[in-house]
Design a binder for this molecule. Structure first.
Ligand code: NAP
Length: 253
């Protein structure tokens, strides 16, 4: 049920952090990896190949939707099929709402929400065509956030983007669940990556965060891997439009 042998997974932002953790976990379950991102995912590709799976770098800057067709063409040319899409690439810009700039609004929304939607649309078309040919089911996994559920503070565009990701995940599931495409999301809690390096370094914030996490520790990118394998595999064929929190219990508080 959890076997991904010979499936192809596109993972965006695969060079580091959660994207790298997910790519390694999917490869561990048998998938080949199209490692998409702005920075070449050299280390990820080497580690996937060391697991005996195929991996290729597709370098693309998703701050605009311009590379979407290129990504699809490259993935099809290199692997011949697309079974899984993990929309992981994302950024955060911090600042009080009262002073928040248009630049910080657009940069986050364009990558975290707009490119996620148009890459999903393009991959969704491929998955629906493949489903019509042989009945296979495609899997799209969006990376959401605690701020898909909560308001947070000092991250207006990030909260808007991740709340939008949760809404889009449900909308796409509603439209595509009977067309051979499963769309779900993972909402990571506090995971130790570049994205959260500032929070980890701030002794007061770090203590406040740890005190609120029932598990009592930051998550590791590999903690997200199991949920990704589940949502990428046939084990989750009847799971649609779900936002799966992997948060050490944060939301249970
Ligand atoms: P990260 O280590 O900063 O990784 C972000 C990834 O996105 C990197 O691969 C980065 O590539 C890529 N990226 C950024 N801008 C891009 C662009 N314009 N085009 C293509 N790729 C781009 O952060 P992370 O924590 O692993 O974040 C991964 C996802 O998880 C994000 O969507 C984030 O919002 C989400 N998330 C993280 C946490 C957490 O606690 N860490 C919690 C909830 C959700 P470069 O290396 O080239 O910048």
């Amino acid at each position: 049920m959890f076997d991904l042998t010979d499936k192809t997974a596109i993972v965006t932002g695969a060079n580091t952090g959660i994207g790298q953790g997910i790519a390694l976990a999917l490869a561990g379950a048998g998938a080949n990896i199209a490692a998409v991102g702005r920075t070449a995912a050299t280390e990820t590709v080497e580690r996937v190949r060391a697991q005996g799976r195929r991996a290729e770098i597709i370098q693309a800057d998703l701050s605009t939707v311009e590379p979407v067709d290129f990504i699809i063409d490259e993935a099809k040319e290199k692997f011949g099929r697309i079974d899984i899409l993990v929309n992981n690439a994302g950024i955060i810009r911090r600042g009080a709402a009262i002073d928040f700039s248009e630049e910080d609004w657009d940069a986050v929304i364009d990558l975290n929400l707009k490119s996620l939607f148009f890459l999903s649309q393009a991959v969704g078309r491929e998955m629906m065509s493949a489903h019509q040919v042989d009945g296979r089911i495609g899997k799209i996994i969006n990376i959401a956030s605690m701020l898909s559920f909560q308001g947070g503070a000092h991250a207006a565009s990030y909260t808007a983007s991740k709340s939008g990701v949760a809404g889009l995940t449900k909308l796409l599931a509603n439209e595509w669940a009977d067309k051979g495409v499963c769309v779900n999301a993972i909402a990571p809690g506090y995971i130790a990556t570049n994205n959260t390096a500032g929070l980890q370094a701030d002794k007061t914030r770090n203590r406040q965060i740890l005190d609120r996490i029932p598990a009592g520790r930051w998550g590791d990118p590999l903690d997200i891997g199991g949920a990704a394998v589940f949502l990428a595999s046939s084990a989750s064929d009847y799971v649609q439009g779900h936002i799966l929190a992997v948060d050490g219990g944060w939301l249970a508080r």
